[in-house]
Ligand binder design. Structure first.
Ligand SMILES: NC(=O)C1=CN([C@@H]2O[C@H](COP(=O)(O)OP(=O)(O)OC[C@H]3O[C@@H](n4cnc5c(N)ncnc54)[C@H](OP(=O)(O)O)[C@@H]3O)[C@@H](O)[C@H]2O)C=CC1
Ligand SMILES: O=C(O)[C@H](O)CS(=O)(=O)O
Length: 485
């Protein structure tokens, strides 16, 4: 029987409105992480195809930039509706290539639509200014104009919603885009091209190329017609892109790695804290940049928290994300599991206690048991390294000051969470944490209305909120004389 997702499973690249193969005919296999089986292929494009995509995007930009904000807003609303009308198919495709549970995949597709709807509204609010002139015979205007062709490079962990946070504001502002999805999860990115085509965005507005990351990346970073690079992925790759983008002084938005702390104070609501901890740790099998990486629990509540938290983790249903009721899918690949195994072994060598999990799941492949490790200590690699897997080290602390110092002891600054029932403590800790996003008594905080982004080496810029469209606009100051005033 034809699977619902097949209509979106594009085994081609979208360049200037045409679905094409790589010039060389080379392809990349796409693997289902739950089964290890090949689900399809995509073109292995390189610099030449990327150059053509950039030129097509620029040709379309010359006319698309002149569309009215209202026109762009209406197109984005149609895109929102198309995503929601196809939510089940897009979610099936996402689970097939990324492995997350269908429930989480549907949630991610819903988030994609929500970001598009938000930017459909923001499109009509890119206000400028009329400034009181210091000259009686002149008038001063400040206007906002679309930046131009933007390049979007996205990771495998949220292959749909990461694009929503880039394509949404770009199209809202009047920009056009060249997209490079992650090679392990290309179909959700290619589906964006199909959806934009379906709702009537002009050919060349959104171009999607798959293939050799460094080749495509180099062309995107070096081509003078690309005016902005927006990237979500590792800090390591982000630094490469920032350096390469400097050659043509491109704007950059970077959503990079994280090392989220999760503080639980003695005065916290324990049930609420455990519920938030499960959500903040095990979403997408721990493979999100804002998943908790380090739990810090005050001494008075430590044992009770570890007991309840590990019991809840042990109950999570592991399996193929396409199966009903599954809460935890596989990790993205064997390399990801090996990294998790290294970090767990390091913790055990340094005195950590495995309370639950701590090994590969009986299902085999890249399935790993939800894991809780007590007696965690700052000498463990968890303290500095992003786990990107379903492993929760729980550290103990005594004082509020110690907790905030431990939480801030990292070069990252993306998301942080803490639970307390004390209002004064809430403000002291919120203001003391050096993170771009803070959850207070909440473990899930992402929403289109709020600016998503980090401090320090977690990145530059914000996605979502009214801030999210600013990076796709150029500010122009106009001084008008000769008016005979
Ligand atoms: N701050 C945030 O919002 C998020 C941050 N992340 C971070 O990303 C990491 C996990 O995601 P992962 O996909 O492995 O990250 P990577 O940085 O390895 O890859 C992200 C994207 O960059 C591409 N890429 C890799 N090397 C280059 C290059 N030299 N030039 C251009 N593009 C390149 C990849 O292509 P290809 O797939 O072909 O290699 C992929 O599309 C973690 O550190 C996580 O914290 C992830 C999601 C969100
Ligand atoms: O890639 C990620 O980790 C996402 O940014 C997490 S979220 O936006 O889905 O919360």
């Amino acid at each position: 029987m034809l699977q619902k997702y097949s209509q979106f499973m594009k085994e081609a690249n979208l360049i200037g409105g045409e679905w094409v193969q790589a010039d060389s005919g080379a392809t990349i296999d796409v693997i289902n992480p739950a089964t290890g089986l090949k689900i399809g292929i995509v073109p292995k494009s390189g610099r030449a195809e990327t150059k053509r995509a950039i030129e097509a995007a620029n040709q379309t930009f010359l006319s698309y930039r002149k569309t009215s904000a209202l026109e762009r807003s209406k197109l984005l609303r149609k895109l929102h509706d198309a995503i929601m009308d196809n939510q089940d198919s897009l979610a099936e495709l996402l689970t097939l290539e990324q492995g997350k549970s269908l429930a989480e995949a549907k949630g991610e597709v819903g988030a994609s639509a929500a970001y598009v709807l938000w930017f459909a509204e923001e499109a009509r609010r890119t206000y400028g200014d009329v400034v009181p002139s210091p000259w009686a015979d002149r008038r001063i205007l400040v206007t906002k104009e679309p930046t131009g062709v933007i390049a979007a490079i996205t990771p495998w962990n949220f292959p749909s919603s990461m694009l929503a946070r880039k394509i949404g504001p770009a199209l809202a502002a009047g920009c056009t885009a060249v997209v490079k999805p992650a090679s392990q999860t290309p179909y959700s990115g290619l589906a964006w091209g199909a959806l934009c085509e379906e709702v009537g965005f002009p050919k060349g507005a959104v171009n999607v190329v798959t293939g050799a990351a460094s080749e495509i990346g180099d062309e995107l970073c070096e081509h003078p017609l690309v005016k902005k690079i927006t990237f979500t992925g590792s800090t390591e790759v982000g630094k490469i892109l920032i350096a390469k983008a400097a050659s043509t002084v491109k704007k950059v938005s970077m959503e990079l790695g994280g090392n989220a702390p999760f503080l639980v104070f003695d005065d916290a609501n324990l049930e609420r804290a455990v519920e938030g901890a499960i959500a903040a740790k095990y979403r997408n099998s721990g493979q999100t940049c804002i998943c908790t990486n380090r739990f810090f629990v005050q001494a008075g509540i430590y044992d009770a928290f570890v007991e309840k938290f590990s019991a809840a983790a042990a109950k999570l249903k592991i399996g193929d994300g396409s199966e009903a009721g599954v809460q935890q899918g596989p990790l993205i690949d064997e390399k990801a599991v090996e990294k998790v195994e290294e970090l767990v072994a390091d913790a055990k060598e340094k005195g950590g206690t495995i309370v639950t999990g701590g090994k590969r799941h009986a299902l085999g492949g890249s399935f790993y048991e939800p894991t809780v490790i007590s007696n965690a200590s700052p000498v463990m690699r968890f303290m500095k390294e992003e786990i990107f897997g379903p492993v929760a080290p729980v550290f103990k602390f005594e004082s509020e000051e110690e907790a905030v110092d431990l939480a801030n002891d990292t070069e990252y600054g993306l998301a942080a969470y803490f639970y307390t029932g004390d209002l004064g403590r809430a403000f002291r800790v919120m203001e003391g944490l050096k993170y771009g996003m803070v959850g207070v008594n909440e473990g899930i905080i992402t929403t289109p209305e709020a600016p998503f982004g980090g401090m320090k080496e977690s990145g530059l810029g914000r996605e979502g909120g009214h801030q999210g469209i600013e990076d796709y606009l150029d500010t122009k100051y106009v001084s008008i004389g000769g008016l005979g005033l």
